[in-house]
Design a protein around this ligand. Structure first.
Ligand code: NAP
Length: 300
């Protein structure tokens, strides 16, 4: 058996196309253009690349992109004053602060300062509570992307056994909540889980969000299961030359793809879905802010 390889790049392109279509309608019928504000503190090169990509993709779907670059030593009060202005700006429907931030700033306080209705990262405590209580939350982008891919593959997820490996606030916990909302029977595994191979072996759906290169081998996985690999790990690749590296997931792709029914590759699986879902969330936030119908197929 050889698994279906889920093409996250192509799927993300479809999501962006749907967003762009809806944005065009909003402009034409309501004269509204969704806007995403991204705040970058400092000059971390990786963060600069992410922010550039986000800005580019935001413009490509027809939204407004507002970029705010602050120096690494910006006082917390100045950053909060900017967030307050963005909260009050009707042209801004989504606000994201690129993490990590310099050590003198608190990520928790930054997230708490953002208006929950504009929290397109889905990290505000209010959105976490709404998600956990099955209400209209803003779902975090990476788990939302995983959910969209699973729904596309299976249609209904109702009654499926799902195991999420990892319990972070960013991925594991919201992923488990989303699967529960879709009526899966959900188990969350973590570093203290006993006999994790047996736990994973019961799953129809495995979501690995661990940050440990190739932790999950093929012999943990039930035949025909769907495996979503969220992990992004850089490991040495001496075969490519001295000092070279390559990206791998949390799953051993070769052995798992021989038993799984479907699998996301790394790179090219979950990764591209994250920005696509950020755009989807910005569109959703804009529709909610204007009391308009939410886009079908782009929300949890
Ligand atoms: P995190 O905050 O470090 O959480 C990792 C989780 O994995 C923790 O709950 C930890 O358990 C668990 N864990 C660690 N070692 C384990 C083991 N040996 N067996 C079972 N569970 C174990 O990481 P994260 O932010 O969730 O990210 C996870 C991975 O996803 C990383 O590789 C990250 O780069 C990637 N990621 C990708 C995207 C994307 O766009 N594709 C987005 C976000 C994150 P404890 O709680 O017990 O310590």
């Amino acid at each position: 058996m050889s698994a279906v390889i889920i093409d996250g790049k192509a799927f993300a392109a479809q999501v962006r196309a749907k967003v762009a279509e809806h944005v065009a309608l909003l402009k034409e019928e309501n004269g509204i253009t969704p806007g995403l504000a991204v705040v970058l503190v400092g000059e971390d090169p990786a963060s600069e690349v992410y922010v550039r990509n986000k800005g580019k993709q935001t413009l490509e779907v027809g939204m407004n992109s507002f970029e705010h670059k602050l120096p690494a030593d910006v006082p917390a009060d100045e950053l909060y004053a900017l967030i307050d202005r963005l909260n009050a700006d009707p042209a801004v429907h989504g606000i994201l602060c690129q993490f990590p931030v310099p050590r003198h700033l608190s990520e928790a306080e930054i997230v708490a300062r953002i208006d929950p209705a504009k929290d397109v990262d889905g990290l505000h405590i209010q959105n976490i509570g709404l998600l956990a209580s099955g209400q209209n939350a803003m779902a975090p982008c990476t788990p939302l992307g995983c959910l969209m891919m699973l729904r596309d593959l299976h249609g209904s997820l109702s009654g499926m056994n799902a195991v999420v490996i990892g319990r972070s606030n960013l991925v594991g916990k919201p992923m488990a909540q989303l699967l529960l909302r879709d009526s899966c029977t959900v188990t969350i595994a973590h570093s203290r889980t006993k006999d994790i191979a047996e736990v994973v072996g019961r799953a129809d759906i495995v979501v690995a969000a661990v940050g440990r290169p190739e932790l999950v081998p093929g012999d943990w996985v039930k035949r025909g299961a769907t495996v979503i690999d969220v992990g992004i790990n850089r490991i040495p690749a001496p075969e490519k030359g001295e000092g070279k590296t390559r990206l791998v997931g949390d799953v051993q792709f070769d052995s798992v793809s021989r038993v799984a029914g479907a699998i996301t590759p790394v790179p090219g699986g979950v990764g591209p879905m994250t920005i696509a879902c950020l755009l989807a969330n910005t569109l959703t936030a804009c529709c909610r802010a204007n009391d308009l119908a939410e886009p079908v197929g782009l929300t949890a």
